[in-house]
Ligand binder design. Structure first.
Ligand code: NAD
Length: 490
């Protein structure tokens, strides 16, 4: 019998009264794991109101005390890393190593947020005029809400959650309804960390819960990660309700390979970027642009890497790539592979409809490489979010950079070369928020902003590090006059 997941509100587990629920399914085995309630407007609003009440006391807890439960959470996440990693693999499909890596990144954000006593310090100018000082203090906002995607069930909520609460806000998290088990487990740990009731809350659900968070007058800030269409609409909708918003959207990440790159290393790194996490990473390479003579060597090497990748159940030893999240995703990916071929690309490696022994009904697509992708075609412009790499060719670095910049997204762009001058030119001219030089997944560490340009990001302050601290606080400027003559002389 499958169980119904619970919400976590006011420091307690609460059964949802939702009329609807969805099964949570292992994408490799199709085993039904649990059911996730689609929490109603009323239930979600209740969580916000509880978070609002908790804010009044939490904001006055000194920052040095607010981070103590986060230190405990860090230790607990370290202790339970294996168990949480296997939960991620079971519900999301990625390999165990990928899940461990994701969790490391989540922990790193907890560690960084523990620096909040210093990170949220203000600024002070003494004597801006005779007897007058001016300073900025940074104060928390109130209730903040996080709406997360399916592809990193542990890491992405942690781009925001630890910073929000360390800064003195309270928080309501809505995980993706497709992968709710990871946060259910992490909230069991959060429950033991000593946060006052109502500071950190978990509401399971989908659009209705998300819309309630976006519209509720007590919610001051929305952090969203997901597809560009939803990011754009939430950005506009939340802003029209007067909220501070940061919305990270989709991607179509190009990598550029110059003839002077180390081809063996480049093709390995490119394969890990394009096919790691089954291509379901917002920093996955999905277009490779070879320049001049790089074309032949790279095409052969990436085709070999794609064909030899070991695909299977993420919990099994030696597996390098798991399934995609759902049957819909698999169909969408297969549709785009066919569309690329219709647009004239040749299928160097075709990963459609593979047979994975023991997991015949799982949502698997093997790594796929399409050569000669039309730069002005739909395939080159569309996020596929699967293990599909399209190849394009350019005659010069300048032409390659022009191709990079012609896309609607701007999450990541990478260059492979042994030329410092080319690297310098690329990092300056490529219009993307995260740049990799001889790196295939340019994921910023927790103390850097998780950037994104163009249609990959709507807002100005990003997740992680100082940007997150600025997002979750607002500045108050104080100008103070204390003339000596007003004071009693001592
Ligand atoms: P999604 O947009 O389908 O869902 C994201 C979240 O939004 C979920 O919690 C979902 O319940 C909610 N949601 C969906 N539709 C909504 C609506 N109309 N109103 C309110 N809430 C709604 O995204 P997904 O498929 O879960 O995630 C994959 C996408 O996320 C990809 O496009 C990927 O590139 C992107 N992504 C981006 C980054 C980044 O940093 N830019 C990181 C990870 C993933």
């Amino acid at each position: 019998m499958t169980l119904m997941l619970r919400n976590y509100v006011h420091g307690e587990w609460a059964a949802s009264h939702a009329a609807e629920s969805l099964p949570v399914v292992n994408p490799a085995t199709l085993e039904e794991l649990e059911h996730v309630p689609l929490s109603s407007r009323e239930e979600t609003a209740k969580a916000v109101e509880i978070a609002h009440d908790a804010f009044l006391a939490w904001r006055n807890v000194p920052p040095g005390d607010r981070i103590q439960p986060l230190f405990r959470l860090k230790a607990l996440l370290e202790r339970h890393i294996e168990e949480i990693a296997s939960t991620i693999t079971i519900e999301c499909g990625k390999t165990l190593n990928e899940s461990r890596g994701e969790l490391r990144r989540a922990i790193e954000n907890v560690e960084t947020a523990c620096g909040v006593p210093m990170l949220m310090q203000g600024e002070f100018s003494e004597n801006i005029a005779s007897g007058i000082d001016e300073f900025v203090i940074r104060q928390p906002l109130g209730v903040t809400a996080i709406i997360a995607p399916f592809n990193f069930p542990a890491m992405i909520p942690f781009w925001f959650l630890p910073y929000s609460i360390a800064c003195g806000n309270t928080c309501v998290l809505k995980p993706s309804e497709r992968v709710p088990l990871t946060m259910q487990r992490i909230f069991e740990l959060i429950d033991t960390c000593g946060f006052p009731p109502g500071v950190v809350n978990l509401v399971n659900g989908s659009k209705e819960a998300a819309q309630t968070l976006i519209e509720h007058p007590h919610v001051q800030a929305i952090s969203f990660v997901g597809t560009t269409a939803v990011a754009r609409s939430i950005y506009a909708h939340a802003a029209s309700h007067g909220k501070r918003v940061q919305c990270q959207g989709g991607a179509k990440n190009p990598i550029v390979v110059l003839p002077d790159a180390d081809m063996e290393m480049t093709s390995q790194i490119a394969a890990d970027s394009a096919f790691g996490c089954a291509g379901q990473r917002c920093l996955a390479a999905s277009l490779a642009i070879t320049v001049g003579d790089a074309q032949r060597a790279f095409t052969d090497a990436i085709a070999a890497a794609a064909s030899s990748r070991r695909v299977g159940y993420g919990l099994d030893d030696g597996v390098e790539m798991g399934p995609v999240i759902s049957a819909d995703s698999r169909e969408r990916i297969e549709h785009w592979i066919a569309r690329g071929a219709q647009e004239g690309a040749s299928l160097v490696v075709d990963g459609r409809k593979p047979r994975i022994n023991g997991f015949e009904s799982g949502h698997f697509v093997r790594p796929t490489v399409l050569d000669g992708v039309r730069p002005d075609g739909a395939l080159a412009a569309t996020e596929i979010f699967g293990p599909v790499l399209g190849l394009l060719h350019a005659d010069s670095v300048e032409q390659a950079i022009a191709l990079v910049n012609s896309g609607r997204y701007g999450n990541m762009a990478c260059l492979f070369t042994s030329s410092g001058a080319a690297a310098r030119q690329f990092r300056s001219a490529a219009d993307a928020g995260n740049i990799g030089i001889n790196v295939g997944v340019a994921a910023p560490l927790a103390w850097f902003p998780f950037s994104g340009h163009k249609e990959s990001f709507f807002g100005d302050l990003h997740g992680q590090g100082r940007d997150a601290v600025a997002f979750f606080t607002r500045a108050k400027v104080v100008v103070e006059r204390w003339p000596r003559e007003w004071s009693r002389r001592f």
